[in-house]
Every structure is written in structure tokens, then in C-alpha cells.
Write a protein that binds this ligand. Structure first.
Ligand code: TYD
Length: 431
């Protein structure tokens, strides 16, 4: 590894932050009496110190620029900071850097408190050795100052990564190499002109420059479990959106099913004509589908550093076949061992709902008929198996969420639990 320290600019390098920045700058300008402007006019505000931008772009004097910066920060601190998303591939890159023992920091012209809040909210904080920006109250630090502070703290050999000429110049002023990223808010020409040591057009290319052929970190494996009717599909969509906002490339898959072969096995299992299927045959078919899904979908995606979201995994077999069909959880887990081949989810979202509540949801609150009543015992056993399986798992891989709440509350609790778990995992990435 050429560099032992990597300093990242934040906006336009780690995060796509235009909405929060341009809306806050427009807000400040309008309150200062400037009219006829749109959000787009403020795109050049991304990167350089705000104070300078207000002066240069709108012709303000120092006092006006100071007032505009205060107005900007007032809106930004309320809502703007969260109008943000991490570029796809960044978590995988940060994990790989950490795995290889590289010190990683954010060095930004944004006030340090905001950079800290953004890093925490978007899941980057646990990978970072330092977050360095101007302390609150400091009027306008230059990028060179910020880089100097970061280097004093972290040492070298270091490289500064950023999307604007300010980042390149700030790195060069401290005598270190610089990588310009052309996927942000500067152009390739701007970065070349300012003398960047190298230029990366994509996050992948940046990873190649920083990591060379050093080993990459694996991605994260999330599974979702719960009774039929627990709202899994809706919550899965919210989870995938959330992970994407944190910069994960997400592979979504479901069980039974996954690739073409696994989907054929799914059709065989769920075919209503197969009334004579023995319970143990069914258990093996779920395991067969899983064996295929692990090898063609789940593991390859994890090896590429992606987040895999699997709608049901081996715990469904433990609950439905082990409990519901009375094959026994131990036995079902044993016959799944070769299928799973050591792939254990890092996080399992358990959408906890009693069979009665789940049934009421499925039937849209109408009274169950005779057949459904017979099924009630099956679902009761399935539920009890889930509960037994996850008893004592709280605080480990299992994020249990009360799924009987209103949808938004379930989502909020689920995302908080998932974030806490991902944070713990990130902190534990082995050097
Ligand atoms: P799923 O597609 O998740 O259905 P839904 O979206 O309605 O929840 O699962 C289909 C059914 O398969 C569901 O009733 C649970 C069952 N199942 C098992 O019995 N064992 C298993 O191992 C898996 C993965 C699913």
C-alpha cells in the first residue's frame, strides 16, 4: 500500500450533498434580499468555503457574507445536513481501507460538527480515525489549514482525495499526493489543471488507486424474517432504500428462490397441486433452493463488497419446517448446514408479530374460515419456534422489531436497530 493515511473531502467525494447545500444557500440568499435565483444557481457553492462563495458569486462584502453564512447554517443545521446520500461503493471502500490498516479521515471545509453528524447518520463514522473541519466559530479556514491539522494528527505517507481544485491545492500546499475524483462536483479539466497526482472517474477506480491488489473487505449480509403477513415486503423496500442512501450497492434476493434454478425449486414447493409432498421432502427442497442461492447470488455479491438483503433465510426453515411442520429445529438446521455452507447473516431483522395479528392482517381483519383455523395451529408452532430461536439473541445479529405498530414506526425501529448493528460490525472490521 502506497499510502498509510487517506484524507477524504466530504461533499462531492464521499457524499452527494447538493440538495442540502443548494437549498440552504438559496434560503440564505433569499433572506438577504436576492431574488430570481434557483437551487441550480448554487451548485458552485459545493466545495469552496461558503464565505468566499457568497462574496464571489453574489458580490457580498465580508459582513454580508458572514450574515449569509449564518443563515445558511441555520437551515443546514435543521434539515440540510440530512438531505444527503453516500456515493455507491464508499462503505465497501472504507471497509477495505480499514481492513488493510490504512488510517482514514474526513478533512473538510464544512464545520466539524456537521461533518461528524453526517458521518454518524450515514454509517461512515466507525471507519474513520478522525474527522477534521473548522471548529465552530472559526470564520474561514483554508483547505490547506485543514489538511495540515489532519496530517499533524495522523501522519503519512498520506494522500488527499477530493472533487475540487481546492482539495488538490490544499493537499499540494502540504506536499502530499492528491487524487481528484471526477464523479463529484468539479470537472476532470479543473482537477487536471490544478495538478492532481491522479484522477479517478468512479468510486471503483478510486478503490483501485488506493488499494492496488490488496485484499478487499467482504460486504454485509442481512436477512429478514417473520410470520406471513408481518409486512416484510414493505419493510424490505425501506431497508434497501436506507442501505443505498448509505452508499451500499445492494443485492436483493428471496427464499425460496434467487437465481433461475432456485426459482424453479420455489415453483415446485409452492405448487398447490403437490399436496402429497412429505414434510421432509419440502424441507430438503427449501435447503436445495438455499444451496443454490448461497452459491450464485449471496456469496458472489458479498465477495464484491455488496450488501445482500435476503428475504427469509435458514431461520425460516427452522421456524416453518422445524416448528410448523414439527420436524424439529435441530434436525432442520442440521440438514441445512451444507446448503448454508457457513454463511451466517450479519444482521437478521425479525419483524415480530403474533400469529393472530398476522392472520388478521392477511385477511384484512375478516373472520378466519375453517381451513384458516386449522392453519392457525401451524402458524402458532411456527411463531413459537421463531421466538425460541431468537430468545437470548437480543443485541447479537438479531434486530427484533415490534411489527404490529404503524408502518412508519416499524421502519424507524428497524432502521435504528440495523444501524446500531452495522455500526458495531464496522467497528470490528479486522485490521
Ligand atoms: P415468502 O415468499 O416470504 O412469502 P411472503 O412474502 O408471503 O411472506 O415465503 C413463502 C412461504 O414459504 C412462506 O409461507 C414461508 C415459507 N417458507 C418456509 O416454510 N420455509 C423456508 O425455509 C422459507 C424460506 C420459506
Amino acid at each position: 500500500m502506497k499510502y498509510k493515511t487517506v484524507l477524504f473531502d466530504l461533499d462531492g467525494t464521499l457524499t452527494r450533498s447538493e440538495a442540502g447545500i443548494t437549498r440552504s444557500a438559496l434560503y440564505a440568499a433569499e433572506r438577504m434580499g436576492y431574488t430570481g435565483l434557483t437551487e441550480r444557481d448554487f451548485l458552485p457553492f459545493i466545495g469552496p468555503p461558503l464565505h468566499d462563495s457568497f462574496k464571489r458569486m453574489l458580490g457580498m462584502d465580508d459582513d454580508q457574507a458572514q450574515r449569509a453564512t449564518e443563515l445558511y447554517r441555520e437551515r443546514f443545521s435543521r434539515v440540510g445536513w440530512a438531505e444527503n446520500e453516500v456515493y455507491t461503493g464508499i462503505p465497501a471502500l472504507l471497509r477495505s481501507l480499514k481492513k488493510n490498516g490504512v488510517r482514514v479521515a474526513i478533512s473538510t471545509a464544512k464545520p466539524q460538527v456537521f461533518a461528524e453528524r453526517i458521518a454518524a447518520r450515514f454509517g461512515m463514522a466507525p471507519y474513520l480515525d478522525a474527522i477534521i473541519g473548522p471548529p465552530e466559530g472559526e470564520r474561514h479556514a483554508s483547505k490547506a489549514d485543514i489538511v495540515r491539522r489532519a496530517l499533524a494528527q495522523l501522519g503519512g505517507p498520506a494522500v488527499m482525495v477530493g472533487d475540487r481544485c481546492y482539495d488538490v491545492e490544499g493537499g499540494a500546499a502540504n506536499g502530499i499526493d492528491t487524487i481528484g475524483v471526477a464523479y463529484g462536483y468539479g470537472t476532470r479539466e479543473e482537477l487536471e489543471r490544478s495538478g492532481a497526482t491522479a484522477i479517478a472517474d468512479t468510486v471503483d477506480a478510486l478503490g483501485d488507486l488506493l488499494l492496488g491488489d490488496s485484499p478487499r473487505s467482504r460486504g454485509v449480509f442481512l436477512s429478514m424474517e417473520g410470520m406471513d403477513g408481518c409486512g416484510k415486503t414493505t419493510q424490505r423496500e425501506a431497508l434497501v432504500r436506507h442501505l443505498e442512501q448509505q452508499g451500499w450497492a445492494v443485492q436483493v434476493t428471496r427464499e425460496p428462490g434467487g437465481d433461475e434454478i432456485a426459482e424453479k425449486i420455489r415453483a415446485l414447493i409452492l405448487d398447490p397441486a403437490n399436496t402429497q409432498m412429505a414434510d421432509v421432502t419440502e424441507a430438503y427442497l427449501y435447503a436445495a433452493s438455499r444451496a443454490q442461492n448461497v452459491r450464485t447470488r449471496i456469496r458472489p455479491a458479498l465477495e464484491r463488497g455488496m450488501a445482500v438483503v435476503c428475504d427469509r433465510f435458514v431461520d425460516s426453515s427452522a421456524a416453518y419446517q422445524g416448528g410448523g411442520r414439527r420436524l424439529g429445529m435441530e434436525r432442520v438446521l442440521a440438514l441445512n448446514a451444507a446448503a448454508v455452507d457457513g454463511e451466517v447473516p450479519d444482521v437478521t431483522v425479525y419483524l415480530r408479530m403474533t400469529p393472530e395479528a398476522a392472520l388478521a392482517r392477511r385477511l384484512n381483519a375478516s373472520e378466519p374460515d375453517r381451513l384458516e383455523r386449522e392453519q392457525a395451529d401451524f402458524y402458532q408452532r411456527t411463531f413459537e419456534a421463531y421466538e425460541a430461536l431468537y430468545a437470548g439473541e437480543a443485541g447479537t445479529r438479531v434486530a427484533a422489531v415490534d411489527a404490529a405498530q404503524p408502518i412508519e414506526d416499524v421502519t424507524r425501529d428497524m432502521l435504528a436497530a440495523v444501524d446500531a448493528r452495522l455500526c458495531a460490525l464496522a467497528a470490528a472490521v479486522k485490521r
